[in-house]
Design a protein around this ligand. Structure first.
Ligand code: ZN
Ligand code: ZN
Length: 250
């Protein structure tokens, strides 16, 4: 069996990316237990049972709703102040082990986690969320400000969106939304300051007349970032915006 040293030599000789070779040569191993997985999923079947399940939630922003109101499908915020995006599809609640995956991805540069999350997203999109429905025309990852991008070296939303676009054969638009103002991390602010913090942080200059767009982000917290991005896309003619996220904070 090929090991990491062989892959390193092959990447040098053939000038290929190591992720591409790793995916090709090594069997996928489970993100949780490390065992081989056999169905191209990043978490093995026994471990899938241990993953947290998104509780009953608002279909528009994925905010958790009390289970006693199981007939209610929209939260009070979306009823009183509807966001531009039509629906939010989130894989998991922001709980262990998802929190650790996001931290390893963003702060320890473990990009294989972005590929794994992207694989899980495309699986859910095809088999559940959009089963029997038309897929969006284009995928747009929520961008980082250039200074944050330089500091981190990559945009986690883009890295998650890449395998989704490849699996679903959708156009990946990397530059449709640009971040023009550096803002404090939304997660570092109290909820009341987040709307103000994100105002005028983005710009969209391209036309999206009649297109259905999927916005991709790693974590949705209050939804202000996605609200601002979808508002700008709709202003540029988009017919509908959906949000695809890996995790929802309650
Ligand atoms: Zn496992
Ligand atoms: Zn809502």
């Amino acid at each position: 069996m090929f090991d990491i040293k062989v892959i390193h030599i092959l990447t040098q000789v053939f000038r290929l990316s190591s992720s591409c070779l790793t995916d090709w040569l090594l069997p996928a191993s489970c993100l949780l237990c490390g065992d081989n997985t056999h169905d191209d999923m990043p978490v093995c079947q026994p471990c899938q049972l241990d993953l947290p399940i998104l509780p009953h939630h608002c279909f528009q922003c994925a905010q958790f709703l009390p289970t006693c109101t199981s007939d209610v499908v929209k939260c009070g915020i979306c009823l009183n102040n509807p966001p531009g995006f039509a629906a939010t599809y989130a894989l998991f609640p922001y709980e262990p082990p998802i929190i650790q995956w996001i931290i390893r991805l963003k702060f320890h540069h473990q990009l294989h986690i972005a590929r794994a999350l992207g694989k899980m997203l495309s699986h859910h999109i095809q088999s559940r969320w959009y089963a029997g429905k038309a897929l969006p025309d284009v995928i747009i990852p929520v961008p980082l400000h250039p200074s944050r991008l330089r500091e981190r070296g990559f945009n986690q939303a883009l890295e998650i969106a890449k395998p989704v676009a490849a699996d679903l054969r959708l156009r990946l638009d990397r530059t449709g939304i640009r971040r023009i103002r550096h803002t404090a991390a939304q997660s570092s602010l109290p909820a009341a300051s987040r709307e103000e913090n994100i105002k005028n942080a983005f710009t969209v200059t391209r036309q999206y007349s009649g297109q259905v767009i999927a916005l991709v982000d790693d974590v949705i917290t209050t939804g202000h970032t996605l609200r601002e991005c979808s508002r700008l896309l709709l202003r540029q003619g988009a017919a509908r915006v959906d949000a695809w996220c890996c995790a929802r904070r309650g």
